[in-house]
Design a protein around this ligand. Structure first.
Ligand code: 0X9
Ligand code: ZN
Length: 301
């Protein structure tokens, strides 16, 4: 049984997804879109009633291994929509949802078994295996290799040997590219800092339609605050955080997905990555309110 009163291992998360697909076969399906370096499944859960007029939304978590609140929040969303689909709003029902809760399963398991603060994936970067792991959020193929992305395999922000050199980032991008689904939004959950970030991340410039992303981001932050009390700052990630190229959000935006956000969940630094499990439900709940605001916007367009 899945709860949000503990952080779960990968096996539990995948078991939960399979259980939902089995229990609600008319609206939920699970698909393995590829394998990690250590041969773990990259599992996507889709929720949809199959209407052709639906809007499509892609949500992922766990790009960075140690950010445990991220997969916990994404699975909370899944559970909320799956268990209450029949009584959910038209916005939720008129949506094709795609969830990839753990983009980096090898890293995630490594943080449970060996090193709680591991960030990258686990693929060795050279034959000598001096340093392992690529930062998957520096490995995507838009403006790959620019600012804030290291060429040193021992760095925490190692960009990889080439764009999409890693099976995890490649599988995600290939799925979005080849699924022929026209995604209206791409949301990637990280921690920590409480930010709603939009492109560009690669440098301190913004896309032509940034004002719309900014306005929707601010409305989401407002909903988060009034639901759970947390304050989220909204802005372009290069400006609010730092320039960092090769991020999944930039790549999604470059593919024409209009609403592309990186959401840095709680907290603001007291516990950081080691967020006590008592935070999971409040964080996920207030972020569900934020997500619903974005959804409403998408359905107005
Ligand atoms: O640096 C990152 O990858 C993200 N922050 S984290 O603390 N979770 O590592 C921010 C990514 C923002 N987006 C881009 N720079 N494209
Ligand atoms: Zn992160």
């Amino acid at each position: 049984r899945m709860t949000w009163k503990q952080y779960h291992r990968l096996e539990d998360i995948h078991g939960f997804m399979d259980y939902l697909a089995k229990t609600y076969p008319s609206i939920i399906s699970v698909k393995t879109i590829g394998k990690s370096y250590e041969n773990r499944d990259l599992k996507i859960l889709r929720i949809s009633d199959g209407k052709s007029t639906n809007k499509a939304v892609f949500i992922d978590g766990g790009i960075h291994a140690r950010e445990w609140i991220s997969p916990a929040t994404v699975t909370y969303f899944i559970n909320q929509f799956a268990e209450n689909f029949d009584v959910e709003s038209d916005d939720v029902k008129n949506t094709d949802w795609y969830f990839l809760p753990v983009v980096n399963p090898d890293g995630y398991e490594h943080t449970h078994t060996v090193d709680r603060l591991w960030r990258k994936n686990r693929k060795p970067s050279n034959v000598a295996r001096v340093c392992s792991g690529t930062d998957l959020n520096r490995n995507f193929g838009y403006r790959w290799g620019g600012k804030g992305a290291s060429s040193n395999p021992c760095s925490e922000t190692f960009r990889g040997r080439a764009a999409f050199s890693e099976p995890e980032s490649k599988a995600l991008a290939d799925f979005i590219t080849t699924s022929a689904t026209n995604f209206s939004a791409y949301l990637t959950y990280h921690s920590y800092g409480q930010y709603l970030l939009y492109p560009w991340g690669y440098d301190n410039v913004v896309p032509p339609d940034y004002k719309e992303m900014d306005a929707v981001g601010k409305a989401m932050a407002q909903a988060i605050q009034s639901t759970g009390g947390s304050t989220y700052s909204v802005g372009s990630s290069s400006r609010l955080l730092y320039p960092a190229s090769g991020g999944s959000d930039d790549w999604a935006k470059s593919r024409g997905i209009k609403y592309s956000y990186t959401i840095e969940l709680s907290d603001t630094g007291r516990y950081g990555f080691i967020l006590p499990v008592s935070y999971v439900e409040p964080v996920a709940k207030e972020n569900l309110a934020g997500l619903r605001v974005l959804l409403k916007q998408i359905h107005q367009e």
